[in-house]
Design a protein around this ligand. Sequence first.
Ligand SMILES: Nc1ncnc2c1ncn2[C@@H]1O[C@H](COP(=O)(O)OP(=O)(O)OP(=O)(O)O)[C@@H](O)[C@H]1O
Ligand SMILES: [Mg+2]
Length: 318
Amino acid sequence: MIETKGLRKSYPSGKRGRTVVDAVRGIDLDVRAREIFGFLGPNGAGKTTTLRMLATLIRPDGGEARIAGADLLADPAGVRRRIGYVAQGGGTTDAVTAREELVLQARMYGTGKAEALRQAEDALKAFDLTEFADRPCRTYSGGQRRRVDIALGVIHTPQVLFLDEPTVGLDPVGRSQVWAEIQRLRTEGMTVVVTTHYLEEADALCDRVAIVDHGQVVAEGTPEALKREISGDVVLLGIAAGENEPAADALRDQPWLLRLEQQGEDGLRVYVHDGAAAIPQLLRILDGARIVPRTVQLQRPSLDDVFLARTGRSIEQS
Ligand SMILES: Nc1ncnc2c1ncn2[C@@H]1O[C@H](COP(=O)(O)OP(=O)(O)OP(=O)(O)O)[C@@H](O)[C@H]1O
Ligand SMILES: [Mg+2]
C-alpha cells in the first residue's frame, strides 16, 4: 500500500540558514494493505517530516514513494485523493463545532451541501460524537477532540490514513478510545500509519512497526519479531544514586550476563537469558560488593529494549 525508497529531506538551519539539518536520511518503508503500521522514534527522529512528505505537504529532496498505486512525485494530486492526514496537534478550531468542521471538510473535497451534511452526520455517528456535535470544539475533552480530528481526516474515505501522535497528551481513557477508532478504521479496510512515543501502545496495537532514529530506520518488523531478537529477560535493578558504577563493575564479568545498560542515575538494566534464575545470583554478587538494591523487577524485553540494542539509547528516557 505504501512503498518508499531512499526518502530524504534536509532543512536549512542555523544563522541565515547556512547549515542544514538532515531530518530524513534515506527511509525505505513497505506498508501492507489494512495494516496498522507504527512509526516510532525519539523527538526529532524525523517522523513528522516523513509523514508530511508522504502526505504531499512537503517535497522530498530525494527518493521515491508510491501510495495506494499513485506516485508521490509524479502524481501528488492522486496521492492526496487516496490519503487522509491528521497533523500532530490536530486541526480543529476552538469556536467551531464538530458538525461544522466536518461539513466544511467534506465541502473542501468538492462535495455538495446536502451530501456534506449527510457525510458529517454519518461521521458523527461512527465516531460517537453526536452528543456534543453542536458545541464548540473548545468545550471538548482531549479524547473527544482527537476523535473529531480523526473523523476530519477520513471524511473522504481515503485508503490510507496518516496519524501523527494521535494519543499524545491524552489520559488513558482518551488514548484507548483513539486506538479503538484506529482499529475500527482498519476493520473497515483502511491502512493506518501512526506515529507515537508510547511504545507500549504501539507494541500492543500495531501489526508492524518501524523504529527511526536520526532520520533512518533502525529496526522494522512485527513487535513480536523485534522483541524476539532481544533474547532473554531484563532484570531492572533500582540502586542508590552513586552506586550505579560499582554495581555495574561487580556484575560485568559474569558469564551469564548478556548486556548491561544504565537506566538513569539510579538504575541498571541487566540482560540475561533466564531472569528468574539470575536474580539470586545478582543479589549475591551485589551483596559481595556491599550494594543492596532498592528494587528488583523482572521484565520481558520491550520495544524500547529493541531501540536500546540498536542505538545504545532509550526512547522513553529521551
Ligand atoms: N521546518 C523546519 N525547519 C528546520 N528544521 C526542521 C523543520 N522541521 C523539522 N526540523 C528538524 O528536523 C528534524 C526532524 O524533525 P521531525 O519534526 O520530523 O521529528 P519527529 O520525529 O516528528 O519529532 P517529535 O517526536 O518531537 O514530533 C528535527 O531535528 C527538527 O528540528
Ligand atoms: Mg513529530
